[in-house]
Design a protein around this ligand. Structure first.
Ligand code: PCA
Length: 208
């Protein structure tokens, strides 16, 4: 039985909810296998998030890590392809730290690719009518830091990646782009179910 670690984030930037934690908890509440699902909510803080992630990985030795967070302003589920070794925080994290132009991991490679089957996951979500896209940047804040850290921290034969979610209906500030809570939870459930699939070899990158 594969062990899947699925994470969301605490609220940040003045919000009182983070739809990623809600969606992760909804998946956990309804989960009926076949994998062993471990869920956690990470702090929105550079040091603490990486520390908690490494602790969870050491404790559970997951076969797959799927980290998720909020991308405010987006209207689609964004499957991230790459984490860069760069922190440039527009706002302080929840511990008051605001690194600017600092590495995620001193001496680490410039970037790490997600090892989730990103194109396959996009196919699966799209086939269910869920608005989804691949993304070439998870930003330079805590989500990118967690993606970069996760790919570097899992066992060599394990997979890790990151999915950015839009606001949900119950968490969106007035007038903001969002998807239904059920759509976010469904998307994450499908990603859990298909995270160990073979990658699709379809063409699909951008040309600019
Ligand atoms: N989104 C932020 C950090 C936590 C979250 O949910 C990000 O995209 O970096």
């Amino acid at each position: 039985m594969a062990v899947v670690l699925l994470t969301g984030f605490d609220p940040f930037d003045g919000a009182d909810r983070n739809p990623s934690a809600d969606a992760v908890n909804a998946v956990a509440a309804a989960y009926d296998g076949p994998h062993e699902l471990v869920v956690a909510t990470l702090p929105v803080a550079f040091e603490a998030s990486a520390h908690r992630l490494r602790t969870l990985i050491a404790a559970h030795s997951p076969d797959v890590v799927i980290a998720t967070g909020l991308a405010a302003g987006s209207s689609r589920v964004a499957i991230e392809r790459i984490g860069v070794n760069l922190i440039d925080a527009r706002i302080p994290d929840n511990d008051g730290e605001q690194p600017v132009d600092a590495p995620s991991e001193a001496g680490g490679p410039a970037a790490r690719f997600s090892t989730l089957p990103v194109k396959r996951l996009l196919q699966v979500l799209t086939a269910e009518g869920l608005p989804a896209q691949l993304s070439l940047s998870a930003g330079t804040y805590v989500c990118n830091h967690v993606l970069y850290t996760a790919v570097g921290a899992v066992r060599p034969d394990a997979r890790a990646g990151f999915v950015h979610l839009p606001w949900s209906t119950t968490t969106v500030p007035a007038g903001g782009l969002h998807l239904a809570d059920t759509q976010l939870a469904r998307a994450l459930r499908l990603i859990v179910d298909h995270a160990l699939d073979a990658e699709s070899t379809e063409a699909g990158g951008s040309i600019w």
